[in-house]
Design a protein around this ligand. Structure first.
Ligand SMILES: [Zn+2]
Ligand SMILES: [Zn+2]
Length: 400
C-alpha cells in the first residue's frame, strides 16, 4: 500500500499531465481573452469562457458569487471536511492598452490549475476542497475586497495566485494604495475680454501637480504619488471653472499611505488658496493593503516549480513595486502571489510591449508552469494538514 507521501506524489504527476493535455485549449482561451479585453466589472465574456471551461472539466461552478456578476467560484470537492484552498484568477484589462498586465495569463493559469485537478481526479483523494475563485476588477475596482466583504473568502484557509512578469520571483513585496480624487472649483469667464473676472480651476490643478512634485523630494524613496487630470476645462476661451484629477498614493505601509494623504490634502488646500479656488479631496474608503508574505506557502510553490524544472530568477532590482487587491486577501488569510516569467528581462508591466508578450510562446510556457505549480501547491496544502497549520502559524506571527 502506498504511503501518504507516495500518493500525493502520484496525484501531483497525474494533475501535471492533465495540465499538459489541456495546454493547447488553455492557450487558446488565453488568446481569446487577450483579443477581447474587458474592463473592471465588465469581464462578461472572460467569466463565461472560464466557467464553461471549468465546468467541462468537472468542477462545480457557481456564477456571480458575492453579488458580482462577473465573479465565480469553481469547487473540486474532497472526501470530507478539511481545509479549503483557493486559487484566484483575474481577467480584467486596462483602458486602451488592453491586457498590458497579462491578466489573461493569470486567468488561464488559475483556471488551468483547477480544471486539471478536476479532469485528473474528479474529486480529491484527500479531505477538504480546492476552489478557483474568479476575482473581477483588480485594475481599479478592488474586486477581491468586495468579494471578501460579501463572505466569499470566509471559509477559505489559504489563497494563492500568480502574476505574469519579466522574471520569476516567488516573493516580491507590493505597496499599499490610497486612491484619491481632487477637484477644484473656480469661476468661468471670457478668457480674453474678462479674464480678471474668472477664477481659474486649471491653474489650481497645475499648482497641485507642481506642489506634489516638490513634495516628492521629501518622501521615502519606496513611496509613489502619481496621477492624471481627468478634466482640465471645456474650451480655451473659457476660464476653467471645474477641474478634476485622480491620484494613487502608494507606500509599503498603510500608515505611510495615510501620511501621504495628509500631505496631499495640504498641497490641494495650498493650490486652492493660491488661486482663489475651492478644493474637494475625496479618498476612496477602500485602502489596498501591502502583501503580507507567507514563506511557508512560498516554499511549497518554489519546490513545485523545481519539480517541473521551471527556473526561479534572482530579482534584478531594476523595477519598483506595484500593488494588488490580493494584498487585502493576504492580510486576512495566508496568501501567496508569486510572479512568473512571461516576457524577457526589463519589459515594464502596463506597457504595450508587455501586452504583446502576454500572448507570446513565453507566456504559454509561464502559464503552463504556473498552472502546474498552483495545482500542486494547493494539493500540498489539502493533503498535508501540517503545512496549512504551519502557514497559519506563520501568518499569526507575521506583522502586516
Ligand atoms: Zn496591473
Ligand atoms: Zn495585474
Amino acid at each position: 500500500m502506498a504511503t501518504a507521501h507516495e500518493r500525493l506524489d502520484d496525484v501531483k504527476t497525474q494533475v501535471a499531465q492533465a495540465v499538459d493535455r489541456l495546454a493547447d485549449d488553455l492557450e487558446r482561451l488565453s488568446h481569446r481573452i487577450h483579443a477581447n479585453p474587458e474592463l473592471c466589472f465588465k469581464e462578461e465574456k472572460a467569466a463565461a469562457w472560464l466557467t464553461e471551461f471549468l465546468e467541462r472539466q468537472g468542477a462545480l461552478v457557481e456564477r456571480g458569487v458575492g453579488g458580482l456578476p462577473t465573479a465565480f467560484r469553481a469547487t473540486i470537492p474532497g472526501r470530507g471536511p478539511g481545509a479549503t484552498i483557493a486559487i484566484m484568477a483575474e481577467y480584467d484589462a486596462l483602458p486602451n492598452i488592453g491586457h498590458a498586465c497579462g491578466h489573461n495569463v493569470i486567468a488561464t493559469a488559475g483556471t488551468g490549475a483547477g480544471a486539471a485537478i478536476a479532469a485528473a481526479l474528479k474529486t480529491l483523494p484527500f479531505d477538504g476542497r480546492i476552489q478557483v475563485i474568479g476575482t473581477p476588477a483588480e485594475e481599479g475596482g478592488a474586486g477581491k475586497v468586495k468579494l471578501m466583504e460579501a463572505g466569499v473568502f470566509e471559509d477559505v484557509d489559504a489563497a494563492m495566485m500568480i502574476h505574469g512578469r519579466c522574471g520569476t520571483q516567488v516573493w516580491r513585496p507590493t505597496l499599499g494604495i490610497i486612491k484619491v480624487t481632487c477637484e477644484f472649483f473656480g469661476k468661468a469667464a471670457h478668457a480674453s475680454s474678462w479674464p480678471w473676472r474668472g477664477v481659474n480651476a486649471l491653474n489650481a490643478m497645475i499648482q497641485l501637480f507642481v506642489s506634489l512634485d516638490q513634495m516628492r523630494q521629501q518622501i521615502r524613496p519606496e513611496a509613489r504619488v502619481h496621477g492624471v487630470i481627468t478634466k482640465g476645462g471645456e474650451q480655451a476661451n473659457i476660464i476653467p471653472e471645474h477641474t478634476a484629477s485622480e491620484f494613487y498614493l502608494r507606500a509599503p505601509t498603510k500608515e505611510y499611505c495615510k501620511e501621504l494623504l495628509r500631505r496631499f490634502e495640504a498641497c490641494a488646500e495650498g493650490a486652492a488658496t493660491a488661486t482663489g479656488c475651492t478644493a474637494k479631496v475625496n479618498a476612496d474608503p477602500i485602502i489596498h493593503d501591502p502583501m503580507k508574505p507567507n514563506f511557508t506557502m512560498a516554499a511549497l510553490f518554489e519546490k513545485n516549480l523545481e519539480r517541473i524544472d521551471f527556473p526561479v530568477d534572482p530579482d534584478d532590482g531594476e523595477a519598483g513595486y506595484g500593488s494588488t487587491d490580493c494584498g487585502n486577501v493576504s492580510q486576512a488569510i495566508p496568501t501567496i502571489h508569486p510572479y512568473i516569467r512571461i516576457s524577457p528581462d526589463g519589459i515594464p508591466g502596463h506597457s504595450r510591449d508587455f501586452a504583446e508578450w502576454a500572448k507570446s510562446p513565453m507566456a504559454r510556457t509561464g502559464m503552463v508552469a504556473a498552472a502546474k505549480a498552483l495545482a500542486m501547491t494547493a494539493l500540498d496544502l489539502v493533503a498535508r494538514p501540517a503545512e496549512i497549520r504551519k502557514a497559519k502559524e506563520e501568518f499569526a506571527r507575521t506583522e502586516g
